[in-house]
Design a protein around this ligand. Structure first.
Ligand SMILES: *Cc1c(COP(=O)(O)O)cnc(C)c1O
Length: 421
């Protein structure tokens, strides 16, 4: 459920007409709903009710300061995957003891940054990384709390580019090697083992892979405890999918996911962390765009928009589907027509949809890409020197620009000319 609904035939973000924001900000822009962000965070939080838990928002999904602050104010921790994200989380007011650091390539500088600024735990992804964390911590006179990310070798049944829990993926250590790795961890001076981490992929539309993975984690918890390790925290990752095509998809609900967690690992008495990103931000954001031209091609009609693959890369990168809807609803009974919906970038891959049935649209009309809040703005670029797409946050009858569109001078002045030119 989200808060982008039609009223009297016009799309609203909460209580604000989307066309009012377009008139004020210009297109294209990302638009988020505070109420939807809040609702989705609370669904997860409530799903784990009765267990000691923390919902650590995977901020790579959408990392604007205003979004982070909205979620942090509700009690979210943060899952970060770079020094930049760590700095963003701190800047949004999140304390270090609510930040977990994931990712396969943490550098010494990033590890030092997190140890100095405070960290809830590092989710370790390899033995060499574990040794470096120990070294950096020892040099600082600190002890780094860690979990080891295990790769449970389960098929997440999602798109190959976002599956992370099979043995061929670069993530985590094979669960079969876990006991040896924990034995080494226990002997390292700069780290303190506190638990286990697992994250099997993104956009999971079925709970079964979680069931398989979490059962393996439960078994491992008991083995490691028998080996003498302290396992008091389980980080169970993120990845719950969202409906991108509303007409025919019904991914699992957070409360069913919460029940699964209780069923599979609830008896272990561990503190539970989860790291949802997409499900919190995905349907809380839309990308609003204007039709520049309707172009008649050979045997097809192109809808040329002012947004492009640099603004929303998911269709080009993952063959992702997004519902695209007119901001002003067509009159009832109007016949739909097939359109190829494209952007202005000079690549054939800059195609959002082919043969998409839409009501008749004209130059100047507004459309909205639904479910664009996660992995949208954060993956945008200035390819073709198209200014970074702005972001807007709505709350009730208010809205605010939370990242403004840079002007051409700002973009050009980021470059510097060497002295010999
Ligand atoms: C990307 C990622 C997540 C979030 O995945 P979603 O599909 O957005 O919920 C959580 N944990 C880790 C380690 C990740 O890399």
């Amino acid at each position: 459920m989200d808060h982008f609904l039609y009223r009297n035939g016009e799309l609203y973000a909460e209580d604000v007409p989307v066309s009012d924001i377009a008139a004020s900000v210009g297109t294209p822009f990302y638009l988020y709903s505070t109420a939807t962000l809040t609702r989705h965070f609370q669904l997860f939080d409530q799903a784990l009710d009765g267990m000691d838990h923390m919902v650590c928002y995977a901020m790579k999904a959408a990392s604007n300061q205003a979004i982070l602050k909205t979620l942090a104010d509700l009690g979210a921790g943060m899952d970060v995957v770079s020094g930049g994200e760590y700095a963003r989380a701190k800047a949004a007011g999140v304390s270090g003891d609510r930040i977990v650091f994931s990712g396969v390539g943490k550098t010494r500088a990033e590890i030092r940054q997190a140890l100095e600024g405070g960290i809830r735990q590092f989710n370790v992804e390899s033995e060499p990384e574990m040794r470096v964390i120990s070294e950096v911590a020892t040099a600082l006179g600190k002890t780094a709390p860690i979990t080891v990310r295990v790769n449970p070798d389960v098929d997440a049944k999602t798109h190959a580019k976002i599956a992370t829990g099979k043995s061929e993926n670069k993530f985590g250590i094979p669960i079969s090697k876990a006991r040896a790795v924990y034995a080494e961890a226990a002997a390292l001076p700069g780290i303190e083992v506190i638990g286990i981490d697992v994250h099997i992929g993104s956009q999971l539309t079925d709970l079964e892979p979680y069931e398989l993975a979490y059962r393996k984690v439960a078994e491992l918890t008991e083995q490691l405890r028998a080996d003498g390790h302290t396992i008091k925290r389980l980080d169970l990752g993120g990845g719950l999918g969202i409906p991108y095509a509303r007409s025919n998809e019904a991914p699992p609900l957070p409360q069913d996911y919460g029940a699964l967690i209780k069923r599979t690992v609830g008896h272990l008495g561990c503190e539970i962390e989860i790291e949802p990103g997409r499900l919190i931000a995905g349907n809380a954001g839309i990308l609003v765009s204007r039709v520049i031209y309707v172009k008649q091609g050979e045997g097809r009609q192109f809808l040329i928009l002012d947004s492009a693959m640099n603004d929303l890369i998911r269709p080009a990168m993952y063959d992702a589907y997004h519902d695209i809807v007119p901001v002003v609803e067509a009159a009832p009974g109007v016949e739909q027509q097939p359109f190829d919906i494209v952007g202005p970038v000079c690549e054939s891959g800059d195609t959002f949809a082919k043969n998409r049935m839409m009501p008749p649209l004209q130059a100047g009309d507004l459309v909205a890409f639904r479910s664009a809040g996660a992995y949208g703005a954060v993956m945008s670029s200035e390819y073709n020197t198209r200014p970074l797409v702005p972001e807007v946050l709505a709350k009730g009858d208010q809205f605010a620009v939370i990242r403004k569109r840079p002007d051409f001078d700002e973009i050009i002045n980021r470059d510097t000319i060497p002295p010999w030119l």
